[in-house]
Write a protein that binds this ligand. Structure first.
Ligand code: FDA
Length: 319
């Protein structure tokens, strides 16, 4: 079995690298056979191409007692008009969520709304979204991207959070710098702690390991102690058990957050025990990189993806 694990690890690394290549992505998207096949595989993790697909599943989950996050998928947008169009879509989404009774939040990558072109464009779009979100009673959450962007993303978050306390930030526990970044967060921050999805060199990040889990807990502990509102975003059951043992959910400023389609039974089990659980939903046509990440971080997903592709039906998660 060791050779299968080795093959899976090598495959995961290769997939993370190839996922970032725009020429490969363009080829896949233009391929009339491959694209619809991959779309079927993506249905396990992505609600659909349209906002209504995301909202419909959000309503279902909300009626089951879950909180939700919604992301209009996209990143590394290099055309200013496309960045502004993405921001407009997010404003519409905020408006729709605001008029619903859901405990909802909108998440996004700053590189979807301008960071690849100019920090100021990303900041201006973020501020427009924050103003709309303020009126609608919706929280905004900034995702964390590759380490080359961490400084810019944290700086933009800090500027925005000084004005809008409902703008949250994601920290990746795998980066060596994140303990320090957590210490520097503005008072009363909204923070999501994740392990980290991007391939980073050992000099700046830890691989999946016991050490990484310890750091995940240290960062969370620090955020809880500092009174921040924390989303504990992982599917790692040992971490979740530890969070419950440390009574973090009892603070009322703590929740678990999982990705739609990953371990739905785990989320349902937590929810049944009365723990606060949020499910992170995505929609949109830019699901290719998202699908690559979800397969790379758990290579056995490849087998299920192939089953969905050749089986001819979408495999939707059940909560
Ligand atoms: P780990 O990868 O160790 O997995 C623990 C267990 O969970 C696995 O053994 C497996 O059973 C299960 N599992 C994990 N991934 C799975 C998958 N894809 N399919 C099936 N089972 C799986 N990253 C980032 O870099 N920037 C960000 O902004 C975000 N945002 C974000 C928001 C939310 C709400 C979540 C939950 C995650 C993110 N991530 C992220 C992704 C995150 O960094 C990480 O890659 C994934 O959560 C997987 O890591 P785990 O913490 O689950 O641990």
């Amino acid at each position: 079995m060791d050779h299968i694990k080795e093959w899976e690890a090598a495959f995961a690394d290769a997939l993370k690298s190839i996922a970032r290549r725009s020429d490969v992505k363009a080829c896949v998207e233009a391929d009339p056979v491959l694209y619809p096949l991959l779309r079927r595989a993506a249905a396990r993790f992505v609600t659909g191409d349209a906002r209504q697909d995301g909202l419909t599943i959000a309503r279902n989950l909300s009626s089951l007692g879950y909180r939700v996050s919604l992301e209009y998928i996209g990143e590394n947008t290099t055309d200013a008009e496309e960045c502004n169009a993405a921001a407009r879509e997010m404003e519409e989404l905020i408006g729709d969520l605001g008029s619903s009774r859901m405990l909802a939040r909108v998440s996004f990558d700053l590189s979807h709304i301008g960071l690849r072109i100019d920090d100021e464009l990303a900041y201006e779009n973020l501020m427009k979204l924050a103003a709309t979100a303020d009126k609608s009673g919706i929280e905004l959450f900034i995702s964390m991207e590759e380490s080359a962007k961490t400084d810019e993303i944290l700086a933009i978050h800090e500027r925005a959070a000084r004005i809008h306390s409902h703008v949250g930030i994601t920290l990746q526990a795998h980066l060596h710098r994140s303990e320090e970044d957590a210490r520097k967060l503005p008072a009363n921050s909204l923070v999501r702690v994740v392990k980290g999805a991007y391939k980073e060199p050992d000099t700046i990040a830890l691989p999946r390991s016991g050490k990484l889990n310890e750091r995940f807990l240290t960062i969370t502990e620090q955020c809880v102690r500092n009174g921040h509102r924390v989303s504990f975003a992982t599917h790692d059951e040992s971490l979740i058990e530890e969070a419950i043992a440390r009574k973090w959910p009892a603070s009322g400023r703590f929740e678990f957050e999982t990705l739609y389609g990953i371990k739905p039974d785990l989320s349902a089990g937590l929810q049944e025990k009365g723990q606060p659980v949020r499910i992170y939903l995505t929609y949109g046509r830019e699901w290719y990189l998202y699908l690559c990440h979800r397969i790379a971080e758990f290579p056995p997903n490849l087998y299920r993806a192939v089953t969905a592709m050749i089986g001819g039906e979408e495999l939707r998660p059940r909560y």
